[in-house]
Design a protein around this ligand. Structure first.
Ligand code: 13P
Length: 289
């Protein structure tokens, strides 16, 4: 078994202590290095997560796990590291458990609730004996796809209670949050629903769609019980801008400027800076006190 931690205690401490840990999506080698370097520089736990799609792109769950493990060793990362599956379906959650992830999200939000509940229980039964934590989802996270913006379905408090009772470690709740860039007419987070859920369950709550939410709204969500905040798009935009600036300045035409290691360096730096800024926003260093 790897040296990863499952993250349950650090997230419980965050919820109690009024701060949060960011969970940052990886896409490749550069992303993984940048996330680990940021966490190490700030002295906070690194929660590296891969979606099913990113894992497929990178060559599978085992490759992702091995990449993260290898970099932890070669980069001399001494902060705790959680290797998390983001938005896994039932099969993906089982595969990631087998591949050595230390934490998995089973996202059954698109199933009838009874099935989401039953399958969440099954994943908990598979994961917990191996010391692996489980995140489940209630309600849904909105998103923009081909120009159609779904607001997401608000989490039901009753369903949140039932999911929490399965023994899950983290609960992602739909509270008006959206993956990707927030549209101009976004109505903001639903704090009433977040408070109701936080009153009903002790489980650390997860805010998905962490990119683009103003800092004061993030702070309020943390104050109300959010302990894990997922951020992906923010790093992608920072990376993309930095690589674009590299080409815009014709740096690829300078001596060996076309070397991919040179092309990708400013983007990697930009990801690291974005993650470090989010660590500050979320108050993650309070966990060190
Ligand atoms: P963003 O891409 O909107 O930051 O959302 C990330 C996320 O919630 C991954 O689960």
């Amino acid at each position: 078994m790897s040296s990863f931690i499952h993250g349950t205690e650090i997230m419980q401490a965050a919820r109690k202590g009024g701060y949060a840990h960011g969970a940052y999506n990886t896409n490749n080698l550069e992303w993984t290095k940048a996330i680990l370097a940021a966490a190490q520089a700030k002295g906070v736990p690194a929660i590296v997560q891969s979606s099913m799609g990113a894992a497929k792109y990178m060559g599978g769950y085992k490759v992702v796990r091995q990449l993260v493990e290898g970099l932890v060793e070669s980069m001399n990362i001494t902060v705790p590291v959680v290797m998390h599956l983001d938005h896994g379906n039932f099969e993906a959650a089982k595969e990631a458990i087998e591949a050595g992830y230390s934490s998995v999200m089973f996202d059954g939000h698109d199933l009838p609730f009874e099935e989401n509940l039953a399958k969440t229980k099954e994943i908990v039964a598979l994961a917990h004996p191996k010391g692996i934590s489980v995140e489940a989802e209630v309600g849904s996270i909105g998103g923009e796809e081909d120009g159609v913006v779904g607001a997401g379905e608000l989490a039901s408090v009753e369903e949140a209670k039932q999911l929490a009772a399965t023994g899950i470690d983290f609960l992602a709740a739909g509270i008006g949050n959206i993956h990707g860039v927030y549209p101009e007419n976004w109505e903001g987070l639903n704090y009433d629903r977040l408070s109701e859920i936080a009153d009903a369950v002790d489980t650390p709550l997860v805010l998905h769609g962490g990119s683009g939410i103003p800092k004061d709204q993030i702070q309020k969500a943390i104050d109300l019980g959010v302990a894990k905040i997922n951020v992906n798009t923010e790093q992608q935009i920072a990376w993309s801008k930095a690589v674009k600036a590299y080409y815009a300045a014709n740096k690829d035409e300078a001596e060996k400027g076309f070397d991919p290691r040179k092309v990708l360096a400013p983007g990697t730096q930009a990801i690291q800076e974005t993650v470090e800024e989010r660590i500050d926003w979320f108050g993650s260093q309070k966990g060190n006190n």
